[in-house]
Design a protein around this ligand. Sequence first.
Ligand code: FAD
Length: 390
Amino acid sequence: LPPLDPRDPAGLGDLFTEDEKAIAAAVRRVCAERIDPYVGDWFERGELPDVRGLAKDLGSLGVLGMHLEGYGCAGMSATEYGLACLELEATDSGIRSLVSVQGSLAMFAIWKWGSEEQKQQWLPSMAAGEAIGCFGLTEPDAGSDPASMRTRARRDGGDWVLDGRKMWITNGSVADVAVVWAQTDEGVRGFVVPTDTPGFSAPEIKHKLSLRASITSELVLDGVRLPADAVLPEVTGLKGPLSCLNEARFGIVWGSVGAARSCLQAAMSYAEDRTQFGKPISAFQLTQQKLVDMTLEYTKALLLAIHLGRRKDAGVLRPEQVSLGKLNNVREAIEICRTARTILGANGISLEYPVIRHMNNLESVLTYEGTVEMHTLVIGQAITGQSAFR
Ligand code: FAD
């Protein structure tokens, strides 16, 4: 029998092809050199310094829009993209957020619903990390219920004029292009807004205690005048933004497993090294119970991610199934991080270890891309046939 790997006791590594393993290893290597040594400091300072350099490095790695075909994108499988998200989030959820917003929200919106000209103009430079994108759906008074958005686009001659405010927008103040969703007389439409357009501003949101190595901003749209061809021509209605969110959520199904893995590994090695009452704390039954429960939930979450990845690659993944994965994996990942924190004792609250950083980051991941409650209601409706949203 092959030996048991304590980091993968169920042997889930067997479920990946050599190509998939090579992609995961390449992302892990770049994260280890370019991000891991610094990210604790970025988190502490609440900054993402040289975000343009970082975006270009991620572009060279091929992870920006990596699951999209053409226009300079890598055209990888959903499972390969998932593995990249896992490795990126094992580093920090903020870095995975940068990549998700760029590839699965901003680029995907243009790739799926944009005109040929919009694709040619933006996708190659976004894939290379030379242009940064953001995705503006949430508003101060419209979060879980985006249909109640107030941002409005009206026609003025041949132009569109946008007025309104977006809130909690990742990459907002460093973006070159914003995909902004607004009400029109025809229903919700998406607009491709170059961020140097007069009337557009993006003040950064400060005082976050989660996702601190990630830029979050308001978008203020004050009479932003755009040409007629700024609208995404191929979609009207909430189906547009929801299709993008479904893509990004798939990345979170995998990414959250990465954050959990980092905390589980930190707890395992701490428990081995730390001695109390004359024994390593890993020799106490109560610590072993924690480590075993964390390993079980990590293993189940990874198994679910792999299964959903294979379904996506086969073209049969339903949005409700993505909700299952997002709800389970983020909820269990945050539990794993919280338990890891207890194993590290006082060191568990220090940024010298990655655990509290991941734990705090996952508070955002639990809320964005559909809260736990929203995904519970989606799954509830899918299994009972009854909608309990309103
Ligand atoms: P609300 O919708 O006000 O919800 C508050 C609480 O009420 C939640 O617990 C919710 O589940 C519950 N609730 C609401 N309705 C119901 C109901 N019918 N039944 C039961 N419970 C209910 N948005 C973007 O558009 N682009 C981004 O790039 C982006 N990045 C983000 C980055 C960060 C760090 C964060 C924290 C958020 C980001 N968001 C972004 C916003 C995010 O998507 C929203 O915060 C999320 O959709 C929830 O909206 P809300 O915060 O307004 O909460």
